[in-house]
Write a protein that binds this ligand. Sequence first.
Ligand code: NAD
Length: 283
Amino acid sequence: MEFKTLAIVGLGTMGAGIAQTAVPLGFDVVGIERDEQAVGAGRARVAAGLAKFVEKGKFTEEQAAQALARLRTSTDRAAIAGADIVIDAAFEDVDLKRELFRDFERHASPTAVLASNTSTIPLVIMAAETSAPERVVGLHFFNPVPLMDLVEVIRTPATSEETIRAAVDLSKALGKSPVIIKDGPGFIGNLLVVPFLLDAIRAFERGVASMEDIDSVLRLGFNHPMGPFGLSDLIGLDIVHDMAARMYEEYHDPKYWPPPLLMQYVRMGWLGRKTKRGFYTYD
Ligand code: NAD
């Protein structure tokens, strides 16, 4: 399948990252946001990302401007009509995703691949909303998209081979390394990383060591680029909490239950780097 035009629904952290990766490679991108203000913010996010690459000398200003010209934006979902693939990168909310996939089917071309960048919501939930579950696939990019190589391609029991092939080919065309994984909460990355982060928090709660020392053990002893507390702050404590809660809901295994300290920080609004305070404090 030839991909020329990508529709991305939600130009937040991930959607803007996917758009920023795609437009310099010659893809046309239609970005859909919920209102005009969000459209402006999304476009600004993509422009800022491209500008950073200009600063780093990866593109010239002219190339960045040409790339940005390939991004069209709209608040009207009907604008996905001409896209070869629709990628949901909207909020991680089950009801919203359900509603989006019903609408995708209504507006998208009858051959378009319908993808979601969800981190933890089972793809089958979205596939079940459509009469074409064979075209539904997970495309789980990692943050920050322009820098991270991995894409988890998620197959449900209904996803067709053609759709998987298309998702793999698109990931490669975007310069990524895809791995194919069966649908299930957390896929592989979060299935392994979330309990690891929660275990670190529990170890701290039990007084095993300070956060700094736990992070040092992982950085210095295992060559992790950052320890679990630094990584949780980077991901966002609300996101870690919500991923854990969703995995608990699915598996009913206590290892996914968010520890009290994590819940307290989230309730305090100490969400990590984005609020300048999480497990650590940021300037
Ligand atoms: P975000 O909050 O930064 O962005 C979400 C965007 O969706 C916002 O700009 C919002 O305005 C938009 N949106 C909400 N409702 C919409 C609607 N009805 N129509 C159009 N746009 C709408 O979130 P994010 O971190 O970019 O996450 C997006 C998705 O990617 C989620 O499913 C999340 O689980 C997944 N994900 C996130 C990360 C991460 O590290 N942030 C990594 C992998 C996957």
